[in-house]
Design a protein around this ligand. Structure first.
Ligand code: CP
Length: 315
């Protein structure tokens, strides 16, 4: 595997899930693969889980891991092509990326949507520059449009907790005070559509996800109806794709609470974290045995390791 930016980069999804469970049994069994190999993790945006889980995954495989927070412990970086660099960014990605590539064997990049232009965000300018100029494999640690490391962990978590062959999995929009990217929701839908789960997406009107992710999947605009008989509730906020980056609603009637969870078939509650308590989800749900958000986050280490393992085996 030369890059990991979407589910399309996984050659065999069933095998990838099996690999994750194998790693979970003994995560230190492949230390020989990473001996004398280095991963650099580049963060243009904040992180807790992705940073620690990916770094831990690299260490589990015997790799060295170095972290660079752009703009904090590195130079501010310009990404625009043909720009006159007379502003506050002294370094261009065109030099920085191949230089970083010389110091390592794998690069992880986190670069969120900037919300200045939908076209720019959806063309993944920064991630694609890394893929083009790094000279080493690149792992997306969340781009502008997808969060594949998260979705892989989400899939493994559902496989771990499901009690039915074909569970009903509901992705529900929930309110948030700030405009968030669509990346987690896009990616979750993309990965779930590769399974045979009964996938339902529910959100207020105006929050339709991009057609390239939704395909022929229909939206259920009635959240309560969507919850009926569900086995997994995956809550996430995202800003509008059509009215790009806008907050169209902060309606707390969309918060996931105990009454809505009672409509489900004892569904497990999932969220990628960080989560806003009593905005996205009530304390009562998050603190109940139905919540598997910590187990879900723990699986980030396992699936990051699975991705790095696949890469190292092909170096
Ligand atoms: N879910 C997730 O990616 O968490 P962080 O933003 O803390 O990395």
């Amino acid at each position: 595997m030369k890059q990991f930016t979407s589910v399309k980069d996984i050659p065999d999804l069933k095998k990838a899930v099996a690999t994750a469970f194998e790693i979970k049994k003994n995560r230190f069994a492949w230390q020989h693969l990473g001996k004398n190999k280095t991963m650099v993790l580049i963060f243009f945006n904040s992180s807790l889980r992705t940073r620690l889980s990916t770094q831990k995954a690299a260490l589990n495989l015997g790799m060295n891991a170095m972290v660079l927070n752009v703009g904090e412990d590195g130079w501010q970086m310009e990404s625009e092509l043909g720009v006159v660099m007379d502003g506050d960014k002294p370094e261009h990605l065109l030099e920085a990326i191949p230089v970083i590539g010389r110091y390592c064997d794998v690069i992880g990049v986190r670069a969120f949507a900037k919300f200045k232009s939908r076209e720019d965000d959806y063309s993944e300018i920064i991630l694609n520059q890394f893929i083009k100029y790094a000279g080493v494999p690149v792992v997306s640690m969340e781009g502008a449009t997808r969060h594949p490391l998260q979705s892989y962990a989400d899939l493994v978590t559902i496989e771990e907790f499901k009690t039915k062959e074909r569970p009903k999995v509901v992705l529900t929009w929930a309110p948030h005070p700030r405009a968030l990217p669509q990346a987690v929701a896009n990616s979750f839908v993309e990965w779930m559509r590769e399974t045979d789960y009964d996938l339902v997406v529910t959100h207020p009107e105006g929050y339709e996800l991009a057609p390239q992710f939704m395909g022929d999947l229909k939206v259920e605009y009635d959240q309560k109806k969507a919850f009926e008989g569900a086995d997994f509730i995956y809550a996430k906020n995202w800003s509008s794709y059509t009215s790009y980056g806008s907050i169209l609603s902060k309606d707390l009637a969309w918060t996931v609470d105990e009454a809505k969870m009672a409509l489900t078939d004892n569904a497990k509650f999932m969220h990628c974290l960080p989560v806003r308590r009593n905005v996205i989800v009530s304390d009562g749900v998050l603190d109940s045995p139905l919540s598997i958000v910590v187990e879900q986050a723990a699986n980030r280490e396992i699936t990051a390791q699975a991705v790095l393992k696949m890469m190292l085996e092909n170096l």
